[in-house]
Ligand binder design. Structure first.
Ligand SMILES: [Zn+2]
Length: 270
């Protein structure tokens, strides 16, 4: 599964053969394979939205990948924002019934969501801190020292901080440095370095956003991108599978699969 921010842009890149296979040891490119199964997803307002996402197949390894929009979670009949509504309600103290009422979903379903996030809360928190820290916003991940909260609440708090960093820092290009009237000695080198750092972070996250669609993501959709579609299926330990948060890197941006690159993957254990 590949989480995509802009399905139309992803489809165009796929048709052009510009998407690299996300499998860790594969150098192949993806091509259009077939439409995935039709699914109906419940939105926060209770309405259901029907979609049939694209499915790609790697020319080299033959593995297929569904290109799922960021407003969807894999194998869930409820949208990312609906699930997020329940998580936020629980983080604010609601029980299963209250969170279910807030999300408009059955109590048993919401209980499964909350338990899933509770089990993987330490890993999700660590992932969020990694992202926010890379953007210089790690301090916002931690609740105030006087607050006592559950692991789920801590994870939601940290994920919110990571989404904020994503919107405010990671996906917004810094203004181009301006050259003063002098002979070029007053270039804002800090701005240049800052922009290089931002681009490197996105590269390390394997996140590309050629159309700027990421700026329109809701906070929970951004969290879905940052957790590579694994908000409800994150592993408890440190062996998070390598994945593609936004959409697969274009061929020319493919990172080298050496030890150094692998070590800076987001959401690997810190
Ligand atoms: Zn492949």
């Amino acid at each position: 599964m590949i989480t995509v921010v802009d399905p139309e842009a992803a489809r165009a890149a796929l048709a052009a053969g510009d998407l690299a296979c996300p499998e860790s040891r594969c150098a192949g490119t993806l091509r259009i394979w077939s439409p995935a199964r039709v699914r109906c997803v419940q939105l926060p307002d209770g309405q259901r939205r029907r979609l049939r996402p694209d499915r790609a197949r790697c020319r080299a390894c033959g593995v297929t990948h569904v290109l799922l929009p960021a407003w969807c979670l894999p194998r869930r009949a409820y949208s990312t924002d609906t699930v997020g509504t329940a998580l936020l309600a629980a983080a604010q103290g609601a029980g299963y019934a209250g969170a279910a009422a807030a999300a408009g979903a059955p109590i048993a379903t919401v209980r499964d969501w909350l338990r899933a996030v509770g089990r993987s809360a330490p890993a999700l928190t660590a992932q969020a801190v990694t992202i926010a820290g890379a953007a210089g916003e790690a301090d916002l991940c931690w609740p105030r020292p006087t607050e006592r909260c559950s692991a789920l609440t801590s994870a939601v708090h940290a994920l919110g901080a990571a989404a904020r960093a994503f919107h405010l820092v990671l996906i917004r290009p810094r203004p181009a440095p301006t050259r003063g009237p002098g002979p070029g000695t007053d270039i804002d080198y800090l701005a240049i370095l800052g922009e290089r750092h931002r681009r490197q972070l996105l590269h390390d996250m394997r996140l590309v956003d050629p159309t700027g669609a990421a700026t329109g993501l809701t906070p929970w959709q951004a969290i879905n991108v940052l957790t590579a579609g694994r908000l409800l299926t994150a592993r408890r330990g440190s062996s998070q599978r390598r994945s593609v948060p936004c959409h697969a890197l274009p061929r020319h941006d493919r990172p080298h699969h050496d030890a150094r690159t692998a070590a800076v993957r987001p959401f690997a254990s810190p």
